[in-house]
Design a protein around this ligand. Structure first.
Ligand SMILES: N[C@H](CCC[C@H](N)C(=O)O)C(=O)O
Length: 285
């Protein structure tokens, strides 16, 4: 099935992590390789503009399915901010009347709990699954059962960090004054570090209290974004493993705040807003 000449899209953002959303009835057949479409649609000069592209469609295993692509065209296994926006899109564009939706992702089936205000989706709570901390499964080229506050050599400097996967790989680094970090220079040194065979999303954090953490993120495949949902979850998990915070905390990101809880059932829950910016139609070049 070929791509249509014109594509209807919806631009949405989850605390500033903005993606272009496209509904495809069947996510397997419409595109042989979605990467070029993701690169074009994400382009802030020649396309719609965003941190990436999210395709939404029907699923054989859950209510719906999403596939997300970073703005370099690489496919991510899970996207926390996008999953909240998908919930809002599905409800407000008439694809469902349910406020409890199951969503098939590359990292497993997630549950979305929509909170309505005046029949609009005000916030969404997502079951983000169980964190993975064994280095081989993150994946990281390191032995052992965990990689907690251990050193890696970055550009000649020893940097301590904690490895966590939320379906996608994360490395959490505690620093002073993250606002002054030159992320465009520093971020790629982690993203392409030899320790991470599938690259990595890196979070740089300041612990403000046992209930609040400030973070910036350099995302695999998208660079610095204003927010990263899976990253916020990885930060909470890393902070609990290092006894920096309680098992529920507010994560302050450049684009806004997320409440993350690592519950007694072992699942990490993320709660936050989702917003539709505009919809439109674009001629594919
Ligand atoms: N760049 C990530 C995917 C997007 C994650 C982030 N935007 C989120 O909200 O979780 C990766 O390649 O693993």
């Amino acid at each position: 099935m070929r791509l249509p000449q014109k594509l209807t899209f919806t631009k949405m953002e989850g605390i500033g992590n903005d993606y272009v959303y496209v509904w495809f009835e069947d996510l397997d057949t419409p595109l042989t390789d979605p990467a070029p479409l993701a690169i074009f649609m994400s382009d802030r000069n020649y396309g719609v503009g965003g941190d990436g592209l999210v395709l939404i469609g029907k699923s054989k295993k859950a209510d719906f399915r999403m596939r997300m692509f970073n703005n370099d065209g690489s496919e991510g296994n899970m996207c926390g901010n996008a999953s909240r926006c998908v919930g809002k899109f599905l409800y407000e564009h008439g694809h469902t009347g349910k406020t409890n939706i199951t969503l098939e992702t590359k990292s497993g089936i997630r549950t979305l709990e929509l909170t309505l205000e005046n029949n609009k989706v005000a916030s969404v709570t997502v079951d983000m699954g169980r964190p993975i901390v064994k280095p081989a499964d993150i994946p990281m080229k390191a032995d052992g059962e965990t990689f907690i506050n251990q050193e890696i050599l970055v550009n000649g400097s020893c940097i301590k960090g904690t490895g966590v996967s939320m379906g996608n790989p994360h490395f959490v680094v505690t620093m002073h004054d993250i606002a002054s970090l030159d992320l465009p220079a520093f971020g790629p040194l982690f993203e392409y570090h030899e320790l991470f065979p599938e690259r990595v999303n890196t979070e740089f954090i300041e612990v403000l209290s046992r209930q609040k953490v400030r973070m910036r993120v350099w995302e695999r495949g998208s660079g610095e974004t204003l927010a990263c949902g899976t990253g916020a979850c990885a930060v909470l998990v890393a902070c609990v493993l290092n006894n920096y915070t309680d098992k529920k905390a507010t994560i302050e990101l450049r684009g806004g705040e997320l409440v993350i809880e690592w519950a007694e059932d072992g699942i990490v829950y993320m709660t936050g807003p989702a917003r539709e910016v505009f919809s439109g139609e674009i001629e594919l070049i």
